[in-house]
Ligand binder design. Sequence first.
Ligand SMILES: Cc1cc2nc3c(=O)[nH]c(=O)nc-3n(C[C@H](O)[C@H](O)[C@H](O)COP(=O)(O)OP(=O)(O)OC[C@H]3O[C@@H](n4cnc5c(N)ncnc54)[C@H](O)[C@@H]3O)c2cc1C
Length: 544
Amino acid sequence: MGPLMRWWGWGEDGNDPELTPATEALLCDELDVDPSVRRPPARLDDVELPAPRLRPGAHAALAATAGPHALRIDRDTRVGHAAGRGYADLVRLRAGDLSGAPDAVLIPESAGQIPAVLAACAEHGVAVVPFGGGTSVVGGVEPLCDGHHAVITLDLSRLSGVIDIDEVSLTATLESGLLGPDVEAGLNSAGLTLGHFPQSFEYSTVGGWVATRSAGQASTGYGRIDELVEGLRLCAPAGELVLEPVPATAAGPSLLELVVGSEGALGVITEATLRVRPVPEERVYEGWAFGSFAAGSEALRALEQRRASPDVARLSDEEETRLSLAMAGEGGSQRLGRAYLRARRRARGCLAIVGYEGTADEVARRRKRAGSLLRAAGGATLGRGPGRAWAHRRFAGPYLRDVLLERGVMAETLETATCWSRLAQLRGAVREALHTSLVMRGTPALVMCHISHIYPSGASLYFTFLARQEEDDDELEQWSAAKSAASEAIVAAGATITHHHGVGRDHVPWMRDEVGDLGVELLRAAKERLDPAGIMNPGKLVPA
Ligand SMILES: Cc1cc2nc3c(=O)[nH]c(=O)nc-3n(C[C@H](O)[C@H](O)[C@H](O)COP(=O)(O)OP(=O)(O)OC[C@H]3O[C@@H](n4cnc5c(N)ncnc54)[C@H](O)[C@@H]3O)c2cc1C
């Protein structure tokens, strides 16, 4: 098995950041947080797990498919697979609510065992939740029975081989359970990289990326995972769908696209062939300052539409810029803040991070061209300091979220995308919806936003919101009200309900707005053909 995270939070113990005095002050002053509050997670020994519901016949049949050691019903394994890593998951886990733990966890040794596992589940009425790294933030790995007598989690971590690296075609065929660091280690040894670095990189897998259409921090340049997949194998209850890797095809509508983003609801992705590139000689990330979010957005649009886009393109709005300057480590924050203010000669503005990867020549040429466009759009360069600070901290956010939860602070994110002409309106509508929802319930709130990926026709928006957690077990209602309000604002603005987190359980109520009634029926028809007994990840992706 891969490295299981601590059962109630992110990563491993010992990586939690200390809050800086500036952050402590900010939590008190702006969120009305009581500095003495500590809300530690429940003790594992005090947590009660429901009795496993697998009937003896189903247990015996499953144990026969992959060997008795592959089927686990022990407490630690069930706890470790009980939930993903969204805010609502963490609230429930920290409170010791493990009522949703799977009845069993099955860890096959090879892809060849999976058809028998799915056949046994279909025959015995057991739901199956494919599980890569378990980092879903939309309830994608929640073990739901949905009418079946029991639910197992199918942990794919042992499918962790590099099957083939084609150095001529620049593709790699990888098993689906391979974790991010192992993908890069395997490719780097051949001088190659996938260049796919979601913030969950350390704990997420190839299969999870493909199944959720994930985006990495350099996806503006490298492409999202859906742009990198050339072929794959899907093991469905109805049989195996093999889509051989080809650079392009005109053979009808893309079945590859049907499987990419299928979130375990159609079958198990056992391997994928992905485009790779040479490891870049040089990586340069740098900061730019803009007077406003509108000015910064126009600058990024100009870069993309004039084919001068960087590999990394992020633009924080005024609020995110203010808070990240205030909350970053003291020395770094002050240096960054001083440079920023000097560059803009004003107190408010927006910070952008742009990054280039490639050969030294390419990076120099692209930086020069993009730099002149950014300057022409009103940007002021802040040099490489802010870029280095961003690269250094880019995997630290999830650890900070655990610390904030301990202090009684809700810290949640959501994302969407729309075209450039509607971007400002969308940002305003979602900010307003989140603010109103949280403030109406009596808690001050901070709502931040950044552009995380840019395209010729539009961009994605990534929102982070913080508020003091409501007490008396109302945290989940507080979250649900804010999430619903933001989702309604997103669909009302004609934007997508998700740019890269996927649908999971949390976005199902808005799938009809996204694809319409006929679209839902088409998805359901594909599911019924591939998964006639409806055992694959019920309650996710496809509305009932
Ligand atoms: C702190 C944090 C940061 C994140 N940052 C990003 C980010 O930068 N970009 C981004 O896109 N997402 C991000 N995410 C969301 C999440 O990491 C991604 O959705 C990721 O792709 C999930 O990969 P995983 O291996 O953990 O999949 P899991 O969480 O295990 O599964 C996700 C979904 O895919 C299905 N699935 C998994 N493996 C397979 C398979 N082999 N076959 C079929 N179905 C499968 C599951 O059933 C589930 O529906 C973040 C999450 C967290 C907690």
